[in-house]
Design a binder for this molecule. Structure first.
Ligand code: CTP
Length: 450
């Protein structure tokens, strides 16, 4: 039946040559070492779904470390070993000079002793390895040594991909690892699948058993980050809400209609920002964290920060910027209404991290203000004066704090369109230097007359 299907042609037709070559190499080396070797998990799922996936996870039946070493030798790379988990990573540089990683795990042969006179059963270790995984669609493998390309499907993964179903392999899956509740939602939304009925019941069961409480903040953070890096995090957040997952993580994190609308805006604005291809990238988890905590007080936000395991190093910054934003909102609206110059808006926005700027832009319903925040993000914040400290020195100003003051004033004039060219900025600088020197004259003690 389905177990015999070969993906050799799919591999040949769909995968980029370097990936294909790696799979063949792993197969050849496995064969020469006498180790059955498979590519497993998300890579196989995405191959069947015809979606790109660069993360090659290999499993060898037997000593995976030997395979990893052989691969490293062939690829001119090195091996990082995690003996405790029987895994290793091959790190090498590809033909384009980029660093690549390959995971190699060991599946051990397992023997099941039966009592009394029954014989010992040897289970194929790849089957045991796959049985420990989260969902049927992730429990597929492709044989690489010997019959290259043979699909190994013990648990109906192929069928579930065809039926677009997320299904666990056994009833204890969410007990073994409650982060799988979030993974189920993530894969469901990413692929437009649906969580199977039995699996959904098991999720709800896990939630009512309060299994989420057992998850460490670090594990939650890992999953939260993955969710925020999806193309449509809001769809995941909404589904989590529906299933009661947010409530299980922190009761106040549920999606109110206001928060949902805000998160929708944040998703759009994040997409807009991504298309600008600026070097500076916002932290997606921070952008969405702000949206999820909209309307909550400082103490609750701080508690959620801790519960979701967000990085401690940013905690103080994030919480204080959040407070700052509360007073800033009304100030900005007032200044905008008064027709404030760009430089005045810049001065107010300057202290904010990019994530907070995106949040502010999503939050405001004042269209002209929104436009100005977007201008600040795309242009104004990057602007510098067209003249430098050297120019000021040539105009006779000694290095010192006055230099910075004058350059800042020149930049303000440039932003406000009062000194658009380098010449006009030089002229402005010269007159400002005159004023500075005037001030110094005035500040100098009057010499005694006698
Ligand atoms: N896995 C699991 N349970 C988890 C995490 C991972 O069973 N809690 C297994 C799945 O078989 C998964 C594989 O480990 O396919 C690799 O995990 P990971 O790299 O996190 O996921 P991918 O399936 O590759 O998903 P993504 O496309 O999001 O990287």
């Amino acid at each position: 039946g389905g177990k015999e299907r070969s993906l050799a042609k799919l591999i040949q037709d769909r995968l980029p040559a370097p990936t294909r070559d790696l799979l063949h190499l792993a197969g050849r080396l496995g064969a020469s070492l006498g180790l059955p070797v498979y590519v497993v998990g998300g890579f196989v799922r995405d191959l069947l779904l015809q979606r790109p996936n660069q993360d090659i996870d290999l499993v060898a039946e037997g000593d995976g470390l030997r395979l990893a070493r052989a691969l490293a030798k062939e690829l001119g790379g090195r091996v990082r070993e995690h003996r405790k988990f029987l895994t290793s990573m091959v790190i090498f540089t590809d033909t384009q000079g980029r660093e690549q990683r390959l995971d190699v795990a060991t599946a051990r042969l397992e023997y099941y002793e039966h009592p009394a006179a029954l014989p010992t059963v040897e289970l194929s270790s790849i089957k045991m390895d796959l049985f420990r995984r989260d969902f049927s669609i992730n429990a597929l493998a492709v044989r690489l040594d010997g019959s290259f390309g043979q699909l190994v499907d013990f648990f109906g993964g192929q069928r579930d991909i065809k039926d677009k179903v997320i299904r666990v392999l056994h009833t204890l899956s969410f007990v073994e690892d409650p982060t799988r509740c979030l993974r189920a939602v993530r894969f469901e939304q990413r692929y437009g699948f649906h969580i199977g009925q039995g699996t959904e019941k098991l999720i709800k069961n896990a939630l009512s058993l309060k299994l989420m409480d057992r998850l460490s903040p670090q594990r939650l953070y890992g999953e939260f980050r993955h969710l925020c890096e999806e193309d449509a995090p809001l769809a995941c957040f909404t589904r989590m809400d529906q299933l009661g997952i947010w409530e299980a993580i922190a009761p106040q994190l549920g999606l109110t209609p206001t928060r949902k609308a805000l998160l929708q805006r944040l998703q759009e604005i994040s997409g807009w920002y991504r298309l600008l291809y600026f070097e500076e990238e916002p932290l997606p988890w921070l952008v969405y964290f702000l949206g999820l905590n909209h309307g909550l007080n400082y103490a609750l936000t701080a508690e959620h920060y801790r519960r979701l395991g967000l990085p401690e190093a940013l905690r103080a910054v994030v919480l204080s910027q959040r407070e700052h934003l509360r007073s800033l909102g009304s100030q900005l609206a007032r200044r905008q209404a008064e027709g404030a110059a760009p430089s005045a808006l810049c001065a107010l926005l300057r202290p904010l991290r990019l994530e907070f700027l995106l949040y502010l832009m999503a939050q405001t319903s004042d269209a002209p203000l929104q436009k100005n925040i977007s201008r600040y993000i795309t242009q104004w914040r990057r602007e510098t004066a067209d003249i430098t400290g050297d120019d000021l020195r040539r105009l006779g100003l000694a290095p010192g704090p006055a230099c910075g003051r004058i350059l800042a004033a020149v930049l303000r004039a440039k932003l406000d369109g009062q000194a658009p060219t380098a010449e006009s900025q030089l002229a402005l600088a010269a007159s400002l230097i005159g004023q500075e020197q005037g001030k110094e004259e005035a500040a100098r003690p009057t010499p005694l007359a006698h």
